[in-house]
Design a protein around this ligand. Structure first.
Ligand code: ADP
Length: 778
């Protein structure tokens, strides 16, 4: 007996079943022979499976006989009674052995009723078939059905039910129930078919509408173009706007908004609102909706561009090249957001411009200094009088491409106000997760900013909100040494300034000494902005001379510098030769670079009051209090001086606000010098936070501070030992010019300056040796 697994398990006894000869051969491995007896068994899952196991089959099957082998490639099977599959053995060659027993039907069907039901099923089936492509073919079959079983078999391939649901029909012993189940399947399918058809129809209608609409629109555009070409003189502003919108390549959402506003504009005519609507559409259509393709990046060429346009900045350039390499590897047009931090004039903005040139992309600068209103970033809603787009989209529109390098200048100068928090709006602009659908309130439709390469600049990190800072990678611009400034002036600033006034290279010479003098005597800055201005003045003065015919070849030297620059030298802040006890040189960091400052202390007759002046911030005032307590504990013998006198601490310039903990070590030393009545050489400077126990904690801005120290003529600097690593960022010439002494404890400074505490403190120290901090706090 041949075993023939089937899928079409709506097969019930007593029907004719058509099977493809090919399928039969595939499953049984042989040619069909008429009158051959088969058992149709039902596999639970996939017919393509080759690894059948005994439990892959449902426990009830069906006997059948091949009644006809049709030359057209079909077999006709006649099914007989159902069988239980008592035992199934599957061999390696996939042949199957079965032991079977007959499974009788329970004939409880009312014959007359059966005929009526067959009729009903037939008409249901015809209705069902109507909605499908095979409907016409099925019609002929359906009308020939003579039993409800046959109906079931022939219908089953079209039913949308699962195999398990179909098998349930085969497994049902009661004929009445089985018929009922069949009917249920058919009627259910009929309903499902209806729903399916309705959905398909609705969808088709929608599609048809869309196609029709777009076809009509295209035709209209085409005809309008033809008309425009025939009568170019008649093309109205409105029509020009329409053309601009059509050609802008805007997406579906934007186009819908444009159409809406356009129809309002047409309605409005010359009304009050028309100018606003017109401006809006013009802005919308002039945004770069079309995406720019990513260009291949050559790292060597990029490095060359950066080197050509900027002197020095080695670390910064290295980091930029890394960023470009990552972008190239990931085939992205934007990467992590870089934040350039440093004093003004250190080249942060202009290197942004060089990056754009290196990438052969457009450059756009958006200044955020002093922005208080969220609408400056995100635009005003159009209902607002005088509504405008925000600065970001405005920048995008001006540069006209979707992938510019956008420098957001001065992100440290955004302020939250009652008009919202611009920093949080900026977060949305910079967040790669959100900025592909950035919605400017004015534009009112999303615009994709994901291809923009953002670079932010700031003078200081202190005022940048944490969430914004977290999204950016900080790159420090340390400021330039005088030697670097000389090179920048010679190679870049002077040639540029000469070109801008129309002087040729052979018409003006500025000696190196004159340039050095400008750097040291006429500017006081970490960057080169002042230097640039001085050189521009110099070139203008020389240009006048040349026009007046005062010389063919002009030369600027140290001698005629003052006259050429028409300015007094900047009062030079350099350390004096000597000062009195209680005064110590400190180092400060400011957003415009490093500075030296003096800590001045004085005792006057009084009753132990402490007076602090010089516009010190809260943190610096606390440092002063710590220094007083520390010195009292270090010099117990002299401590009563503080009780019998008033102490005055002053930090000039009185008008400049100062803050931060880094003057702690200088404050402590100044007080020690006062108590010991011994001056500290002004050429010795120091920076470091001090704890109540005397430990010296690290500080920020060390490179800028050391540069300022060198500029002012300081010879030795005490720095926190923990800042040792930062020395790598300090220019070699600065390091070589200074004796840098890292310290862990303020006691080391006092000892080095021979201000060591006298007996009691020292005795304590030698009696109970231990960690320094412990001893000092005793
Ligand atoms: P920042 O943005 O840091 O305030 P800028 O980028 O505006 O500074 O720089 C001020 C001027 O100094 C620009 O003209 C710039 O080209 C020039 N400049 C700054 N650093 C360098 C450098 N390393 N090489 C050449 N020119 C420089």
């Amino acid at each position: 007996m041949t075993v023939f697994p089937i899928y079409n398990i709506l097969a019930v006894p007593d029907v004719n079943l058509y099977v493809k000869t090919e399928t039969y051969q595939k499953v049984t491995g042989r040619t069909p022979v008429p009158e051959e007896k088969l058992v149709l068994i039902v596999a639970k899952e996939d017919l393509d499976r080759e690894d059948f196991a005994p439990d892959s089959f449902y426990p009830i099957g069906l006997r059948a006989v091949i009644s006809e082998v049709n030359p057209n490639g079909f077999l006709m099977l006649r099914t007989a009674n159902r069988v239980n599959l008592d035992d199934v053995v599957v061999y390696r060659d996939h042949s199957i052995d079965l032991s079977l027993s007959r499974r009788p039907d329970v004939d409880d069907l009312d014959r007359e009723d059966a005929e009526r039901r067959l009729k009903a099923v037939k008409s249901a089936m015809l209705e069902f078939a109507e909605g499908f492509q095979w409907g016409q073919a099925a019609r002929a079959f359906v009308t020939q059905w003579t039993s409800i079983g046959e109906a079931a078999v022939l219908m089953s391939p079209w039913m949308l039910n699962s195999n398990a649901e179909r098998y349930a029909v085969l497994a049902e012993d009661s004929l009445a129930k089985r018929t009922e189940m069949l009917e249920k399947l058919i009627y259910e399918n009929l309903e499902m078919g209806k729903v399916h058809r309705e959905a398909a129809n609705a969808q088709e209608q929608d599609h048809q509408k869309i196609y029709r609409e777009s076809a009509i629109r295209k035709q209209m555009e085409y005809l309008q173009h033809e008309l425009d070409e025939m009568h170019p003189e008649d093309v109205t502003d409105l029509r020009k706007l329409e053309i601009k919108i059509e050609e802008s390549g805007m997406n579906e959402t934007a186009r819908k908004e444009a159409d809406k506003v356009l129809s309002r504009l047409k309605h409005e005519g010359q009304g009050a609102e028309s100018a606003l609507l017109y401006d809006y559409l013009d802005f919308l259509a002039s945004l770069p909706w079309k995406k720019e393709k990513a260009r291949d990046i050559s790292l060597d060429e990029a490095a060359q561009v950066l080197d050509e346009e900027h002197y020095g900045l080695k670390k910064v350039k290295e980091r930029i090249i890394q960023q470009l390499a990552v972008m190239s590897l990931k085939r992205q047009q934007s990467g992590s957001i870089l934040l350039f931090v440093g004093a003004p004039g250190t080249g942060k903005t202009s290197i942004g411009q060089s990056i754009a040139r290196a990438l052969q992309r457009e450059y756009v600068r958006v200044s955020l200094g002093g922005v208080r209103d969220e609408a400056d970033i995100r635009g005003h809603r159009r209902t607002y009088i005088g509504a405008m787009p925000g600065r970001i989209l405005d920048g995008i529109q001006k540069c006209g491409v979707s992938n510019p390098v956008m420098v957001l200048d001065e992100v440290d100068k955004l302020y939250a106000s009652y008009n919202g928090d611009p920093a949080s709006a900026l977060l949305e602009v910079l967040d790669p997760e959100q900025n592909s659908t950035f919605t400017d309130h004015y534009l009112n439709v999303p615009f994709d900013l994901s291809d923009v390469l953002f670079i932010c600049t700031a003078n200081s990190l202190d005022t940048i909100p944490e969430p914004l800072l977290n999204r950016m990678e900080v790159i420090q611009f340390q400021g330039y040494t005088p030697i670097e400034k000389l090179q920048i002036a010679k190679r870049h600033l002077l040639p540029k300034a000469m070109r801008s006034v129309g002087l040729r290279e052979d018409q003006l010479t500025v000696t190196d000494e004159a340039l050095e003098a400008i750097i040291s005597d006429y500017t006081r800055e970490g960057g080169v902005r002042g230097l640039k201005k001085r050189l521009e003045t110099l070139c203008r003065t020389e240009a006048v001379k040349r026009v007046r015919g005062e010389g063919e070849r002009l030369t600027v030297t140290v001698e005629n510098l003052r006259e050429v620059l028409d300015a007094h030298p900047v009062p030079h802040r350099s350390v004096p030769e000597s000062v009195r006890p209680g005064v110590v040189t400190g180092l400060a960091w400011t957003p415009v670079g490093g500075e030296i400052l003096y800590i001045e202390t004085m005792l006057t007759r009084g009753s132990g009051k402490i007076l602090i002046t010089g516009q010190l911030g809260e943190v610096m005032k606390e440092s002063a209090q710590i220094a007083v307590s520390l010195v009292k504990s270090l010099y117990p013998e002299q401590a009563e001086l503080f009780e019998k006198n008033d102490l005055h601490i002053h930090v000039p310039d009185g008008a400049t606000p100062k803050d931060g903990p880094s003057a702690g070590i200088a404050l402590t030393t100044a007080l020690a010098s006062l108590l010991c009545d011994k001056p500290v050489a002004p050429k010795i400077a120091m920076t470091g936070e001090v704890s109540l126990r005397g430990g010296v904690n690290p500080i920020g801005g060390l490179p800028e501070k050391l540069m300022a120290a060198q500029r002012a003529g300081v010879e030795q600097v005490f720095i926190p030992a923990e800042n040792d690593d930062d020395l790598r960022d300090v220019a070699e010439e600065v390091r070589n010019a200074l004796t840098i002494t890292p310290v862990q404890d303020v006691a080391e400074v006092l000892a080095a300056l021979e201000l060591a505490p006298k007996k009691p403190a020292l005795r304590q120290r030698s009696r109970r040796p231990g960690p320094k901090a412990e001893t000092l706090s005793a």
